[in-house]
Design a protein around this ligand. Structure first.
Ligand code: ATP
Length: 211
């Protein structure tokens, strides 16, 4: 089971590339994207939960392996990964490997996550490199994860292992996309999924003063 959480404000090409990289690495049939409602480690999103969900659905429409689970949007309170990990562990049973996919910048903040020390009992971590992100590779071990050398080691047990993986590095960030949309930049914006861009234009999202 592959889980990939994010704010997706908006979804951009690196998110989709990460999802596909994780699918290929794990030879998995599906990956579940979990848009965050109220992300605990950052300021409020620029677009509402419903808009972010609909943009994500548009971006994933062509790839049936990419599934969306809106549970964090529907759950009141901060979107702690711990709560989602607990729910998935309950639903999957104790033996199914559950992998949480995240970028190196997000992984660098793991120490301050709600219930950081409980997470290794629930999921594995698959950390994908991100340009410019400084990530202390010893951090997961300090928090109770066991370092793994390959994905097979993660898939061989239910939880508790951590793998750092360098796939194709991509510079995209939602912050840059929002900035480009506000300022009329074309580079970042032109790389968005056309249906997502059309949705942004139609609903007037990320205009000046909205971020
Ligand atoms: P923002 O710029 O608003 O912080 P973001 O581009 O980081 O947004 P998120 O939705 O916050 O997008 O990210 C979801 C997950 O995807 C996080 O784990 C983040 O680390 C990862 N991620 C996003 N962009 C990249 C990228 N270019 N390379 C690697 N990981 C990425």
């Amino acid at each position: 089971m592959l889980l990939f959480g994010g704010t997706f404000d908006p979804v951009h090409p690196a998110h989709l590339a990460m999802a596909r990289e994780a699918l290929a690495l794990c030879r998995a049939d599906s990956l579940i994207l979990l848009p965050a409602g109220d992300p605990p480690h950052r300021e409020a999103p620029g677009a509402s939960a419903e808009h972010r969900l609909r943009m994500l659905a548009l971006a994933c429409a062509g790839d049936p392996r990419l599934r969306i689970d809106p549970r964090e949007l529907r759950r009141p309170g901060p979107s702690y990964s711990l709560l989602t990990a607990r729910e998935y562990r309950d639903e999957c049973g104790e033996d199914t490997p559950v992998l949480l996919v995240l970028g190196a910048d997000a992984a660098a903040g793991l120490g301050s996550w709600h219930g950081a020390r409980e997470l290794p009992g629930l999921v594995h971590l698959l950390v994908l490199a991100r340009p410019g992100a400084r990530f202390d590779p010893l951090l997961p071990e300090r928090l109770g994860w066991q370092s793994a050398q390959d994905v097979a080691s993660l898939l061989g047990c239910a939880a508790g292992r951590f793998l750092q993986h360098t796939g194709p590095l991509m510079e995209h960030s939602a912050t840059a996309v929002r900035g480009a949309l506000r300022e009329g930049g074309t580079d970042e914006v032109g790389l968005l999924d056309p249906a997502v861009l059309a949705y942004i234009r139609e609903h007037g999202l990320y205009r000046s003063g909205s971020d």
